[in-house]
Design a protein around this ligand. Structure first.
Ligand SMILES: [Zn+2]
Ligand SMILES: [Zn+2]
Ligand SMILES: [Zn+2]
Ligand SMILES: [Zn+2]
Ligand SMILES: [Zn+2]
Ligand SMILES: [Zn+2]
Length: 175
């Protein structure tokens, strides 16, 4: 009999304590995050731009490739004169003499300036226009590319666990 009374008082005491704690602590929606449990913050990786600038893999950051057609010289050897810049005078067959006199056609030199290359012996490379290099298609000569930021998926903002509610979306308030 005595024992039964004792256990009853313990359990009732426990009940009171439990009720007390329930009343004193209330969960309410976190104002900081609006109950979402997270807040949006600017992405550190891209400074909020949504993209990052990376070195172009295609040209290794140079922006240009050496022209393969002219090996970077910018010049194509003149096909007409084989790069010499002149042709043999046809009148004197390159001898400089015409019927025992100095050839008037080539002034006795036996050579006529190549018409095709104006005597230079080369033409500007048709592939690169004489630059010796061609622009990288991938980066249009910048050597760098904008790439979508993987950290924020191009959004410029990332979800950050709410510090006020620790991602719960609700905070405990004492009544
Ligand atoms: Zn919150
Ligand atoms: Zn490039
Ligand atoms: Zn070229
Ligand atoms: Zn001649
Ligand atoms: Zn020529
Ligand atoms: Zn980012």
């Amino acid at each position: 009999m005595k024992r039964a009374f004792f256990s009853f008082s313990i359990s009732s005491l426990l009940l009171v304590v439990l009720l007390c704690s329930c009343n004193s602590v209330l969960k309410k929606e976190c104002e900081n995050c609006g109950g979402d449990g997270y807040t949006m913050k600017e992405c550190d990786e891209c400074d909020g731009n949504g993209y990052v600038v990376v070195t172009c893999q295609e040209c290794d950051g140079d922006g240009y490739f050496r022209c393969s057609s002219c090996s970077g010289t910018g010049r194509d050897e003149c096909f007409s004169c084989s790069g010499r810049g002149y042709d043999e005078c046809r009148r004197c067959d390159g001898t400089g003499w015409d019927d025992g006199e100095s050839c008037f056609s080539c002034n006795g030199t036996g050579r006529k300036e190549c018409f095709s290359c104006s005597g230079r012996g080369y033409d500007d490379c048709s592939s690169c226009g004489g630059d010796g290099r061609v622009e990288c298609d991938e980066c249009n000569g910048y050597g760098k590319l904008k790439a979508r930021c993987s950290e924020c998926d191009g959004e410029g903002k990332v979800k950050k666990t709410c510090v006020d509610c620790d991602g719960e979306g609700k905070v405990s308030v004492l009544k």
